[in-house]
Design a protein around this ligand. Structure first.
Ligand code: NAP
Length: 480
């Protein structure tokens, strides 16, 4: 039974197969709560089969010339883009996001293959002369080994390709564990990788309802040399503990709580435009979503009014319907959390400028919502909202806003609007975040190092840095 043409087996050693115990789990369309597919659920034994395949594929893949690997990655980008519409519809079906968002995600996801096709040939080493001994110091970078990639539901394609692209460019095979809410898109990508020339066993995909046990088993096998995780800080912490036992390399892209600062001298219309992207891309279900708006008191009312007008006019509904800009949230738990955040803020004095309700219909819909006069004690300022809710507060001086913006365990991204770029750069340096959007509401870019400070993560994805996560540095001391 399947409402999609996406494969539903585990993808191991180049083949779609059933789970060893025959187990399956349902995937639900969040727009109507109907089951759209039943997907094989990997057991610990299946995880070992996938690891066997990856390890067997490692020597030949690592020995390929970088150019050959690059050509395969480039071909993968072409094939995904040629199939953009079908893949975007699949994302909307399993994740709920609007089709326009899903098309954007596919383009972004594919771009990691194009970028790393070009990066594969730039695994550059170094030679220098030791200052004291005179020996030559020869430095080269070798593929680290098999990677375990664990990804979340909010970008079912892009969070996987952001890891697969650099891993393959570096010469590492991988075992991918996609989120249980959205396993179909990653499975649907596999025939395209195969067609592009990715050899059997180099990429394996194992959806599982027993994520904890399956990933833990992998992390305790000495053949696994890196775990790359995107998801919540809570699960990231568990994986870091698991990785410690075998001293497995770890790259962690975790939660965020992004401040969005609008200075007194900001172009308010441009700030509203940026806020629409930073808040409403993916309906707020992004680690980069603006979570706390700090707006200077002199422009507060104008900004809040304009943002409320824009968000209130957005079309909400099934993401597959034409013109819909706001689809369903991924599941009931996520929708109910948003309901709690808004009710809690209202009880503590927040005013609702627009929205403020879940839709009374099947599916997990919540109206785009703008709140002002939000009390500091409101839960939505401390936790990720992960929904279409903008919580606005005022500020009066820069020292105060820097202190408030930094007052969080997270440090992924901050947004900042000012007409004075010099002031913007000076303020950026004082913000403890791995990424800053200065007069921009979007920071994600395959060519840029994506990642967070503090409890938002360890390591970077994208850019040259992303490939370095999958490479070990080896130095040879040479008597010349
Ligand atoms: P999550 O609950 O942490 O799950 C992420 C992945 O980890 C899923 O594949 C999940 O599998 C798996 N998982 C859950 N428990 C596990 C365990 N004990 N051991 C091993 N794997 C486990 O996160 P989510 O709710 O899917 O995604 C939302 C979070 O991701 C947010 O906090 C968001 O900020 C963060 N995120 C961060 C970035 C970034 O780049 N920094 C990007 C996107 C999202 P199941 O689905 O089977 O539970």
């Amino acid at each position: 039974m399947s409402q999609t043409d996406a494969p539903t087996g585990l993808y191991i050693d180049g083949q779609f197969v059933d789970a060893s115990d025959g187990g399956r789990f349902d995937v639900v369309n969040p727009a109507n709560e109907e089951v759209i597919a039943s997907v094989a659920s990997a057991t610990e034994d299946d995880a070992m089969r996938a690891l066997d395949a990856a390890q067997a594929a490692f020597p030949a893949w690592a020995a390929q010339t970088p150019r050959a690997r690059g050509e395969i990655l480039r071909k993968t980008w072409e094939l995904i883009m040629a199939d953009q519409e079908r893949l975007a519809r699949l994302i909307t079906l399993e994740n709920g996001k609007a089709l326009s968002d899903a098309r954007g995600e596919i383009a972004y996801a594919a771009e990691f293959f194009r970028w790393y096709a070009e990066e594969a040939v730039r695994n550059i080493g170094d030679v220098m002369r030791s200052p004291s001994s005179g020996a030559r110091i020869l430095v080269q970078h070798k593929p680290v080994g098999v990677g375990v990639l664990v990804t979340p539901w909010n970008f079912p394609a892009a969070m996987g390709t952001r890891k697969i692209g650099p891993a393959l460019a570096a010469g590492c095979p991988v075992v991918v564990k996609p989120a249980s809410d959205t396993p179909l898109t990653m499975l649907a990508l596999m025939p395209l990788l195969e067609k592009a020339g990715v050899p059997k066993g180099v990429v394996n995909v194992i959806p599982s309802r027993s994520s904890g046990a399956v990933v833990d088993k992998l992390l305790h096998d000495p053949r696994v040399r890196i775990v790359s995780f995107t998801g919540s800080t809570e699960v990231g912490r568990k994986l870091l503990h698991g990785a410690a036992d075998n001293v497995v390399n770890a790259a962690m892209e975790l939660g965020g709580n992004a401040p969005f600062i609008v200075c007194a001298d900001a172009d308010v219309d441009a700030a509203v435009e940026g806020a629409m992207i930073a808040k409403m891309r993916n309906m707020g279900e992004a680690c980069t979503a603006a979570n706390r708006f700090y707006v200077h008191e002199s422009v507060h009312d104008a900004f809040a009014r304009k943002l409320a007008a824009r968000m209130g006019a957005m079309k909400i509904g099934d993401g597959l319907e034409p013109g819909v800009e706001v689809g369903a949230l991924v599941n009931k738990e996520t929708r109910d959390k948003v309901i709690h955040f808004v009710e809690d803020a209202k009880a503590k004095g927040a005013k609702v400028l627009t929205g403020g309700r879940a839709l009374d219909r099947k599916g997990f819909f919540y109206e785009p919502t703008v709140l002002t006069d939000v009390a500091d004690s409101s839960d939505l300022l401390c936790d990720e909202i992960f929904g279409p809710v903008a919580a606005i507060q005022r500020f009066s001086d820069e020292d105060e806003v820097v202190r408030r913006a930094n007052d969080t365990q997270y440090g992924l991204v901050a947004y900042l609007y000012t007409r004075d770029v010099g002031r913007g750069l000076a303020l950026s340096e004082r913000l403890d975040f791995g990424m800053i959007g200065l007069n921009r509401g979007l920071v994600s870019d395959p060519a840029a190092p994506f990642g967070g400070m503090k409890q938002s993560g360890v390591g970077r994805e994208g850019a040259h840095e992303g490939m370095m996560e999958f490479l070990e540095t080896q130095y040879v001391s040479v008597a010349w």
